[in-house]
Design a binder for this molecule. Structure first.
Ligand SMILES: *[C@@H]1O[C@H](CO)[C@@H](O)[C@H](O)[C@H]1NC(C)=O
Ligand SMILES: *[C@@H]1O[C@H](CO)[C@@H](O)[C@H](O)[C@H]1NC(C)=O
Ligand SMILES: *[C@@H]1O[C@H](CO)[C@@H](O)[C@H](O)[C@H]1NC(C)=O
Ligand SMILES: *[C@@H]1O[C@H](CO)[C@@H](O)[C@H](O)[C@H]1NC(C)=O
Ligand SMILES: *[C@@H]1O[C@H](CO)[C@@H](O)[C@H](O)[C@H]1NC(C)=O
Ligand SMILES: *[C@@H]1O[C@H](CO)[C@@H](O)[C@H](O)[C@H]1NC(C)=O
Ligand SMILES: *[C@@H]1O[C@H](CO)[C@@H](O)[C@H](O)[C@H]1NC(C)=O
Ligand SMILES: *[C@@H]1O[C@H](CO)[C@@H](O)[C@H](O)[C@H]1NC(C)=O
Length: 542
């Protein structure tokens, strides 16, 4: 009996810890959001022009237009939903003019249609729009949201002052960490979208910074606390900018996302912000490109648009099953750059089931043409690959090269079926300067990215690094660096890639890091601009 009781106690303890662990978010429990979220948010399209009927009509339109069936199952309410002060009990209150039946009623309404509901708050004293912030009220507000039936929180980062004795970055870590603890205590899981990284991206002028070190420091802890990193500027909101600014805004958030691939894994996603599907200042090709690129990233697909008025063409691309399957791929990898030459961006990643993705963006509005050989996809020429064009749905057989034809700002996507293990292949570039590591004779230089074979590198599972321009030569740390005949026995040729972004050579006692100017390897520092690199997807992370 005693023994049975004992093991029963253990079993119950196990159940309790397991249950608790189930409600913990972040990469420690990918089940909170095993794939990137999909849905709607009012912000970029309507900003503070929100109300109950916007959400009920959007929910109805998402059902009738097939968006819910395609996977867009979240409705997220952004800033400006509150009253200007808390109740006498210190609780947040909704604006009763905007939400006459109350937010819990609205949550139930959208739930009855098959959606989840998400909400917005701020880590500081006030939201960006000037409504009550959650600083000091974290547990109360989490409880409030949960009691309203909400299971997704976007926590912005306006109006945060540094704590005494801490840097601003450390202060954000304390507050977002506190939220993680508070959310972990709830009886039901809450998806936690963290806007903290955006405040350090160097993209905005807050805070003024000379380098990206704090941005990487935030990105190191964000995956431990929540499911999403809103990492750079907001997508330009509807109607307030020059027409040409909107494509630039998409390309700006894209350019920041490509710097962060190493942080993404199932349960945690880099968030380059909303899918802006009905902007009259974007061409259909540009809108399709944003959708395709975000899907190649396995980024959240949160539409900010007037859903009722989305055209059949817009609905058709937003519900493309093959491309949504790329976004929702169980590996949740973020595609990385193979090459970038001003006209063409080429990206690849592995997909579940032994498939591989090739994505090609025609950035230019100038005439150009391209073809991509299978080595750049990380494959060898001895195969006969079945490749599906994910826009047209048609298959072709590829042996050596794939020819690409695209209108301006358009993006092509190809799924290679059942490939042999691909070699991580692509650019190795410095995040701060965006310069590409370039093989030159017996050494390297960091130069403008031009898409040449001397800038496309393969990384072996052992850590050997060699360029397509000379596949038998490998990068060696030897005082400086040199390119020598590959030899996996030579420890000076073996490189280890870390989540910090450092590419480290362990051959000497003091770890040596790749560095962006001569002598190209130096003793490692902490998140230094000159030592943080992006490597091809699939490179083993230490
Ligand atoms: C609700 O918001 C939408 C979008 O801004 C607006 O078109 C509509 O007139 C508003 N409805 C009410 C009742 O205020
Ligand atoms: C509540 O919404 C109404 C209608 O849009 C608006 O006039 C009022 O200023 C709002 N209250 C707050 C506190 O924002
Ligand atoms: C937040 O509130 C605290 C305490 O009232 C105050 O000291 C601080 O200045 C406020 N910070 C901001 C950004 O408003
Ligand atoms: C979590 O819940 C426990 C038990 O109720 C409580 O002691 C603890 O303070 C809570 N933690 C947070 C961060 O709310
Ligand atoms: C990064 O910039 C901050 C100021 O924002 C400065 O204190 C720090 O020393 C800089 N770090 C490097 C490595 O330049
Ligand atoms: C091409 O793009 C550039 C830069 O955005 C712009 O200045 C130019 O007018 C565009 N040309 C055409 C033909 O659209
Ligand atoms: C394309 O090839 C894939 C993989 O072999 C196959 O499953 C699919 O049915 C093919 N599609 C068409 C339209 O032939
Ligand atoms: C890229 O887009 C431009 C502008 O529409 C077009 O002229 C060019 O032909 C496109 N490139 C290819 C290879 O289709």
């Amino acid at each position: 009996m005693a023994i049975i009781n004992h093991s029963l106690a253990f079993f119950l303890a196990f159940l309790v810890t397991t249950a608790l662990r189930l409600v913990h978010g972040s990469i420690t429990n990918p089940l909170v959001s095993p794939t990137p979220p999909m849905g709607f948010n009012n912000w970029a399209r309507f900003q503070c022009g929100l109300n109950e009927s916007l959400f009920t009509t959007t929910a109805d339109a998402m059902v009738s237009k097939g968006l819910l069936a395609a996977g867009y199952n979240r409705l997220n309410l952004d800033d400006c939903w509150m009253q200007t002060s808390r109740s006498d009990q210190g609780l947040l209150q909704w604006n009763t003019t905007l939400f006459p039946q109350g937010i819990p009623w609205l949550v139930n309404y959208v739930k009855s249609k098959g959606f989840h509901f998400g909400i917005y708050e701020d880590a500081g004293n006030k939201t960006c729009g000037g409504y009550p912030g959650s600083l000091g009220y974290e547990a109360t507000d989490a409880q409030t949201f949960s009691s309203w039936g909400i299971n997704y929180l976007k926590l912005d980062g306006c109006n945060v002052d540094p704590y005494k004795g801490k840097t601003l970055q450390q202060t954000y870590q304390v507050i977002y960490g506190r939220w993680h603890d508070v959310l972990s205590n709830l009886s039901k899981p809450m998806v936690f979208s963290e806007s903290a990284p955006a405040y350090f991206s160097g993209d905005s002028d807050f805070p003024k910074q000379n380098n990206e070190s704090d941005w990487y420091r935030v990105m190191a802890w964000a995956p431990l606390y929540g499911e999403l990193a809103r990492h750079s500027n907001d997508i330009d909101v509807f109607g307030l900018y020059e027409p040409t600014e909107y494509w630039k805004s998409i390309m700006n958030n894209y350019a920041h996302n490509v710097l962060l691939a190493r942080y993404q894994q199932p349960g945690f996603y880099n968030d380059p912000d909303f899918i802006i599907a009905d902007w009259p200042w974007l061409t259909l090709e540009e809108k399709k490109s944003q959708f395709a690129l975000w899907s190649a990233f396995s980024a959240p697909l949160i539409i900010s648009a007037n859903v009722q008025d989305l055209s059949p063409k817009e609905i058709t691309y937003l519900t493309n099953k093959d491309i949504i399957a790329i976004d929702q791929d169980p590996l949740a990898l973020q595609a990385t750059l193979v090459s970038q030459d001003g006209n063409w961006d080429v990206l690849t990643k592995n997909l579940a089931g032994g498939d591989r993705l090739l994505t090609v963006l025609n950035r230019s509005n100038k005439t150009a043409s391209t073809s991509i050989n299978v080595e750049r996809v990380g494959l060898t020429r001895d195969g006969k690959y079945t490749v599906k064009d994910l826009w047209t749905g048609s298959n072709q057989t590829v042996t050596t090269v794939i020819a690409i034809e695209l209108p301006g700002h358009a993006t092509a996507m190809y799924r290679f079926f059942k490939v042999p293990t691909a070699t991580p292949t692509g650019m190795i570039f410095n995040s701060a300067t965006r310069k590409c590591m370039t093989h030159i004779a017996a050494s390297i230089l960091f130069q403008d990215c031009a898409g040449t074979d001397s800038q496309v590198w393969g990384v072996s599972s052992q850590g050997l690094i060699s360029p397509l321009s000379a596949p038998s030569l490998c990068l060696k740390a030897d005082g400086g660096v040199s390119m020598v005949g590959c030899n996996p026995e030579d420890k000076k040729q073996l490189w280890a890639y870390y989540k910090s972004g450092n590419l480290v050579n362990h051959a000497t006692k003091a770890k040596k890091c790749l560095y962006n100017t001569y002598p190209f390897v130096v003793v490692c520092g902490d998140e230094l601009d000159s030592q943080v690199y992006s490597l091809p997807s699939g490179t083993m992370l230490h």
